[in-house]
Design a protein around this ligand. Structure first.
Ligand code: SDX
Length: 440
């Protein structure tokens, strides 16, 4: 089904709510999409009944209609514009997936070449941006630097920020996708005290990123095709994931008409949390904490202990109650990369053993806690020579594609309004002010 012929939602009957106090009935339409659960359209609920819904964490709430990514958490399915993530990871490349997410269809040869050329020509950043890094401590976490520098892009690009103009939106989208590797590599170079490396137009997107990360002026940097392929697959697997926390942040920020660079900076800030994209760094730190395979049961016990804040990082997911399909691909990629690099990483052995023990433990089985995208990605990045503090930066680099695709879709949605959730108020009822002298 092409993006053009894709259907909008369709009405599938209705549900009737009965007010427990007045007995008044309210009929609410049910809408169905192409795949996945139907939804109860509650837009008329408050005006028709005086009730709000209540769903902290949005466990049962659809915030928008989207055609970009579909996830079936029970079956462990992830589709981007209908294409299974395993096939894209195996047969596509990151910029082609970026095109697919943005435009809705796989590109033909001309479209692919034009897109790659456009992105390539936007990879440089304004020379003044170099000076922004000098305002940070060298030991700042690179995610803090990314939030600052990406947000600062709003101070540089005034020529295309009319978000009501689709051409302006596409220019901003191309700039963000193109510049994230450059900005990320500059954050790393600044941290290690090496000179910034300019992008090269003769390299692919991912080769260019690795070159900007690891090249030094003193010698020629040789691209390792195995490393480049593994990194490109990592980027594909992190590109988009429906309405996760950081994507929802970008949509909410964008719904107010905010500057696109500011919206993406907000997404980066949200992704940084260890419950979200920060988990990949947390997994490797956790594995570093577990000295030997024999001591794994001790950490499993801690993860199950409600009085212990320790969690099994890289396990569990709000949506996947089955294996995260990305984790499956990453586990295979992890073994391939370690073999190709001849690395015998005992942390992989600990990770595989940890997974095996957890998946046979009643606590994890009962709660349907499986490895997620973050469980193996860190081990691959470590094998590729990436320091742990850069892991979430790479997640943000990849997810920028999903964020800008979802941001464009939100703005183009005719039903789009500024996001403004309500609440269940349990604070003090109205009371009169008490002057300080009378407060006792
Ligand atoms: C990402 O949303 C996305 O799509 C995100 C993402 C994407 O691509 O954008 O997929 C990327 O963020 C993956 C998730 C990375 N985070 C981690 O690996 C951190 C560890 N995982 C957890 O913190 C947790 O599983 C979450 C945050 C991922 C999901 O939390 P939920 O859905 O709110 O579930 P919950 O916290 O209510 O947990 C349900 C139960 C609880 O036990 P009970 O209160 O029922 O007894 O499972 C337990 C939790 O205590 N639990 C864990 C656990 N995860 C959940 N116990 C131990 N270790 C864990 N990892």
């Amino acid at each position: 089904m092409s993006a053009k012929s894709q259907q909008a939602s369709k009405s599938s009957g209705s549900v009737t709510l009965t007010d427990p106090s007045s007995g008044q009935a309210l009929e609410l339409p049910v809408l169905s999409g192409t795949l996945g659960p139907s939804v109860v359209d509650i837009r008329a609920l408050y005006s028709g009944s005086g009730y709000f819904t209540y769903d902290p964490g949005y466990t049962s709430t659809g915030a928008c209609e989207s055609k970009i990514t579909f996830i079936d958490g029970e079956k462990g399915i992830l589709l981007h514009r209908g294409y299974p993530i395993g096939e894209l990871a195996e047969q596509s490349d990151f910029l082609e997936v970026a095109y697919l997410l943005l435009r809705g269809e796989l590109p033909n040869e001309t479209e692919a070449k034009d897109f790659v050329d456009t992105i390539t020509r936007h990879t440089m950043v304004h020379e003044q941006i170099n000076y922004l890094y000098r305002g940070f401590r060298r030991d700042a976490h690179p995610m803090a630097v990314m939030i600052g520098v990406v947000g600062a892009l709003a101070a540089f690009y005034h020529d295309a920020t009319d978000i009501g103009d689709s051409t302006h939106r596409m220019i901003a989208s191309h700039r963000l996708i193109a510049k994230m590797p450059t900005i990320a590599a500059m954050a790393y170079k600044y941290a290690v005290g090496q000179p910034f490396v300019y992008p090269r137009n003769d390299l692919t997107y991912t080769e260019n990123f690795l070159h900007m990360l690891f090249a030094v002026p003193c010698e020629e940097y040789k691209i390792n095709p195995v490393q480049a392929r593994a990194m490109d697959r990592i980027l594909i697997l992190h590109a988009d994931h429906e309405q996760n926390a950081s994507t929802s942040t970008v949509r909410l920020a964008g719904s107010s008409g905010a500057n696109p660079y500011a919206c993406i900076a907000a997404g980066i800030a949200t992704l940084w949390g260890p419950a979200h994209g920060g988990a990949n760094e947390a997994v490797v730190r956790m594995l570093e904490e577990i000295p030997t395979v024999e001591q794994i049961p001790e950490y499993i016990a801690r993860a199950k202990d409600k009085n212990d804040p320790f969690r099994l990082m890289g396990f569990g997911h709000r949506v996947y109650k089955n294996y995260d399909p990305r984790a499956t691909v990453l586990r295979e990629t992890c073994s391939e990369v370690l073999d190709d690099f001849g690395i015998d990483d005992d942390k992989l052995k600990i990770a595989v053993e940890l997974e095996k023990i957890a998946l046979n433990d009643e606590y994890f089985i009962e709660r349907k806690l499986y490895p997620n995208v973050d469980f193996y990605s860190g081990l691959i990045l470590k094998a590729l020579g990436i320091p742990p503090e850069l892991f979430t930066v790479i997640f943000a680099l990849a997810r920028t594609v999903g964020w800008v695709a979802q941001w464009n879709e939100m703005i183009e949605d005719p039903s789009q309004k500024i996001g403004r959730p309500r609440q269940l108020y349990t604070g003090a009822a109205e009371r009169s002010f008490i002057p300080l002298a009378d407060r006792g």
